[in-house]
Design a protein around this ligand. Sequence first.
Ligand SMILES: Cc1ncc(COP(=O)(O)O)c(C=O)c1O
Length: 409
Amino acid sequence: MNQVKRGRAFLSTPGPTNVPDRVLNAMHRAAVDLNDPVLVDSMTASFADMKKVFQTTQSEIFIYITNGHGAWEAALANVLSAGDRILVPETGNFSGGWRDVAAAYGATIQEIPNDWRRAMDPAKVAEALAADKNHEIKAVLLVHTDTAVGITADVPAVRKAIDSVGHPALLMVDTIASLGTVDFRMDEWGVDIAVTASQKGLMMPPGLGIVAANPKAVEVHRHSTAPRRYWDWDARLQSEGYRKFCGTAPEHHMFAMREALDMIFEEGLENIFRRHQMLADAVRACVAVWAEAGALSFNAINPAERSNGVTTILTAEGIDAALLRETARDRFQTAVGGGLGKLQGKAFRIGHMGDLNEGMILGTLSAVEATMAYLGIPYQRGGVDAAIRSIAEAHRKADAVPTPMTRVA
Ligand SMILES: Cc1ncc(COP(=O)(O)O)c(C=O)c1O
């Protein structure tokens, strides 16, 4: 088959995600003087507006020229001291990644093991903290949505667990795959530090890591002794842009952020969460049908724990998930994510987060189905049809449309 590629390829990886044209266009401009009010005012507004996205009024926002790994490190470098103990409930591949950063900073790690197929158990956090009579544990590192496994943790339940034993540990939450896709209420949920990155729900190009720290976290920072320079909050708490970025501001990324935040508030957080719910429901309806043939299954065993931003699909023995992914991308112009960590080669992931609509997700599902048909992977027919009906039903419900629909003259 002639492989000249026409049309737009679908990007259905769980990060990076689609960058809207409006955001790309906002970057397409000349650089400006660092003190130009056009830049300064835009950045000031974006720092303030990031608080709204995290749903916090009391936290400080720090923006770094980095990715999610850098945001992890930024958060830890500002609150750790030598010999601190850190509690890490295993959520999947990404709790392991954050754990390793803490370990590199000399923290003693206490991990709560989990099987990657279920959400972490808040009761085990309470148990571990209750046993820590001398309060050696300084922080709990929690990944809200672990993108490798497609599972979202119950953050308020973890807060309750910490409070139930009166433990002073900081609650630090990775919202890299959840912010801008599902509800995240930093203040209400008692999260002390939240970290995120630009390339997923925030609809920006990769390149910015963002940390929100509440007053308790900033207080811990004042006494923490971990070595840091670029990450240090002290300089960044000053108002001048050059200090806020520990050097030259990433002007074009900040113009992108301004546009992305405008788009987020135009749609409204509630509507964004509803849209992600609808698209995720459609993907799940489709996968449930495909899975009836026995070759595919949901990684997340409990339906209520399945992420609204990414679905991780296990492939049966003998099915090459990496080939499926390559074929979908190279032959059908649809990129989906691969299995990570111990799921490498054994799973693929459909991202459904960010700048995405009904037609795009149906296109992705159709391309994955075409890939399976092409490769001879067994799947039950009717998956995409189930997704179509799921989306139509969601719209009917939202509009309170009677069934069958009648057009009123
Ligand atoms: C939940 C989560 N945390 C951390 C990361 C790491 O982010 P990055 O790849 O930008 O360093 C990712 C990346 O996919 C992620 O999904």
